[in-house]
Each structure stands twice: as structure tokens, then as C-alpha cells.
Write a protein that binds this ligand. Structure first.
Ligand SMILES: Cc1ncc(COP(=O)(O)O)c(C=O)c1O
Length: 356
């Protein structure tokens, strides 16, 4: 009880001071949550929608996030709209600055071409899950502010993989898990909320709704106290940041990008397909998704594991996601500090033997 009543809230503040600095935000605008899923549910709980309203996502968004918003919309007769980005129609020579600017413009335009006067919020990944693409979130948020539409960024893959600066992004909400690229414990994530939404913010579940340590009221109290739970994952976040910073953030990003680049080259060569992103660290970081060839074996039913994923695990003990986006299957390679070129070579060898 001494810990819960006297120590926990100041300890959370201390941990949040470190995290907020790492993501370029004011600690007063952030709260720890278990993961990005919880954060997104809190946002969905707090957006007022009525019949006929629209929530705009796009065809690269995460399945569970679609489901959260579909459920929210169904409750009130609103609807989810999915902007069509497809493969962005990436030009063959998209490495020059001009063609990258064109691509940014085309992504922003594709999203905003689905905006109507009924659009109440835009949900967009910072880095997409199935296609591993870094979205131009600064430009998307700028355009949305111009049109007066709030933006919620789904950012679990961006934390540590990118130099995230929430002040610069200037979104309305940002949802993240910290167990991915930051390697903080499972059960650590955060929600960023722009000031104008904070006072009215309701939690996704109800508990005391106030500080049990007797501190002055803060908007985060509702979410800091969700019954008696273990705050250890949150309190360990500064150690995870310290570890990566000691390794060197630039070094971490460069090393893991080089590995992802190597995986890209080898997979593109093997499959004779092209990843959907330009060859640039602005568009992909430590993770790359390469389309499987057209000869790809199909799944037996929609929720089944892709046969290739199952085969790679059973025959070669390689666990690797086969994702799907816009009707295309991808193999997605994630590279962290502990990965090596040898492992990518092993993957390529296994794929060659798997007969794809
Ligand atoms: C883009 C994206 N959004 C949301 C999530 C959900 O994250 P979590 O399972 O940590 O809540 C994921 C998880 O992989 C993701 O990739």
C-alpha cells in the first residue's frame, strides 16, 4: 500500500518524463496504457459520432483498428470509410527528391480524396503493419488541421524505429505500444492527447477516476488507476530508452535499415517482385514487406495461417509474418539489433527450398 499510495504516481511521472522527452512531447499530454489497442479504444470511446458521420481509415490500416472503429460506428449508425491507396502507383524511379515529394503529395491526396463534410476523424498509421510503409504523417496532419479534422495516429511501429517528434507531427491523438522497436516490456504503451480533448476524456473502463495518493486532479487519473494493476512495465520504459540511447539511436536505425535493405534486395531478386516503397529511409526503416510472387499458395480460409508461414516454421523454425494488404500477400522482415545477414540468408535459402 505504501507503494501504491505514495510511490507509484511520482514514479509514473518520472518514467513519463523520460518517455515524453524521447517522443518530443509535453509529459502533461501523455498517459501510460497497456498497448496501442487500449489507446485506440480510449480514442474511439471519446469521439462523438452520430448517425451518418464518417471515420476515415485507409486500405493499409491494421485489422483490429478497423474493427474498433467499425464497432464504434455501428453503435450510432455512423460508418467507416477506407481511402484507397493501393500500391501508391509508385514510379519506378522514385528515389529522387522530386519523385518522393510527388509520392508524399499523392499519399496525402489519396487520403483526402475520401474526406467529406461528414468525416469526423482520420485514423492513420505512422508505419503500416501489413506493408511496413512510413506514412507522411506530418503532411497528413497539416492538411487535416487546415480542414479542421482531428487525426489519430496509430504508431506502435514508429517508436524507436523513427525519431518521433509529437510536437512536430501535431496530431490530436497518438496511440503506441512500446514493446516493439523500443523493446520495453509487454504491457507498456502510451496515449498522447491534445490539450483541448483532455478534460472531457473518459477511460475505456471505469475505476476510481482520481488520484489515490491525494494529488490534485489530472486528466490522466482515470487511466492511471484502472483497479490494482502492475505498473512495472511502465516503470521499466526509461531503462529501455537508456539502453537504445547507449547503443546510439542513429547507429541502431542505420544498422537495422541496412539489414532491411539487404532483405529487400534478396527477396525482390528471389521473387522477381518489387516492394511498394521507394529505396529511401524516409519510406521504410527497420522493416520491409516484399510482395510474394503471383504463384503464391493461397490460404485455405480467410483466418487461416498462410501456408508459407506455417511451412517456414515447421520445416525451418523461421517465424515470419505473411501479411495481406490490398489483395496482395507480403513477406515482412523485421530487423533489430540482434539480427544478422546470416539470418536473412537462411530465410532466402529456406524460401528457395519451399518451392514458392
Ligand atoms: C499498425 C498497428 N496498430 C496497432 C497494433 C496493435 O498493437 P498492440 O497489439 O500492441 O496493441 C499493431 C500491432 O502489431 C500494429 O502493427
Amino acid at each position: 500500500m505504501d507503494f501504491f499510495l505514495r510511490e507509484m504516481e511520482p514514479a509514473l511521472d518520472k518514467a513519463m518524463a523520460s518517455l515524453s522527452k524521447f517522443v518530443g512531447a509535453d509529459p502533461r499530454d501523455m498517459v501510460f496504457v497497456d498497448n496501442a489497442t487500449v489507446a485506440m479504444n480510449v480514442v474511439a470511446e471519446n469521439i462523438e459520432l452520430k448517425a451518418g458521420d464518417e471515420v476515415l481509415l485507409n486500405d493499409h490500416e491494421y485489422g483490429a483498428v478497423f474493427r474498433i472503429w467499425r464497432q464504434k460506428c455501428e453503435q450510432v449508425g455512423a460508418r467507416v470509410v477506407s481511402a484507397r491507396l493501393g500500391n501508391f502507383s509508385i514510379p519506378e524511379t522514385s528515389t529522387s527528391d522530386t519523385s518522393q515529394r510527388d509520392l508524399t503529395r499523392s499519399v496525402v491526396e489519396s487520403i483526402f480524396s475520401s474526406v467529406t463534410e461528414k468525416t469526423k476523424i482520420i485514423i492513420v498509421s505512422h508505419i503500416t503493419s501489413p506493408s511496413a510503409i512510413i506514412f507522411p504523417v506530418v503532411e497528413i496532419c497539416r492538411e487535416a488541421r487546415h480542414r479542421g479534422i482531428p487525426v489519430c495516429i496509430d504508431g506502435p511501429h514508429a517508436i524507436a524505429m523513427r525519431d518521433v517528434n509529437l510536437k512536430e507531427i501535431d496530431c490530436d491523438f497518438y496511440c503506441a505500444s512500446l514493446h516493439k522497436w523500443l523493446s520495453a516490456p509487454f504491457g507498456s504503451g502510451f496515449l498522447y492527447v491534445k490539450r483541448k480533448y483532455q478534460q472531457r476524456l473518459k477511460p475505456h473502463m471505469t475505476s476510481w477516476g482520481r488520484s489515490l495518493g491525494g494529488r490534485d486532479e489530472r486528466w490522466q487519473d482515470h487511466i492511471n488507476w484502472l483497479g490494482t494493476r502492475d505498473p512495472a512495465p511502465f516503470l521499466a520504459v526509461p531503462e529501455a530508452i537508456k539502453f537504445l540511447e547507449e547503443v546510439g539511436m542513429e547507429g541502431f536505425r542505420d544498422w537495422t535499415h541496412q539489414l532491411a535493405q539487404y532483405a529487400r534486395q534478396e527477396l525482390e531478386h528471389l521473387f522477381d517482385t518489387k516492394a511498394w516503397v521507394p529505396e529511401s529511409q524516409d519510406w521504410y526503416g527497420s522493416m520491409i514487406a516484399v510482395p510474394l510472387p503471383a504463384s503464391d499458395i493461397k490460404k485455405s480460409k480467410p483466418n487461416a495461417m498462410h501456408p508459407l508461414q506455417q511451412q517456414l516454421w515447421e520445416r525451418f523454425q523461421i517465424e515470419i509474418p505473411i501479411s495481406e494488404c490490398c489483395g496482395q500477400s507480403f513477406i515482412r522482415v523485421s530487423c533489430h539489433l540482434y539480427n544478422t545477414r546470416d539470418e536473412i540468408d537462411r530465410l532466402i535459402q529456406a524460401l528457395s527450398q519451399s518451392g514458392i
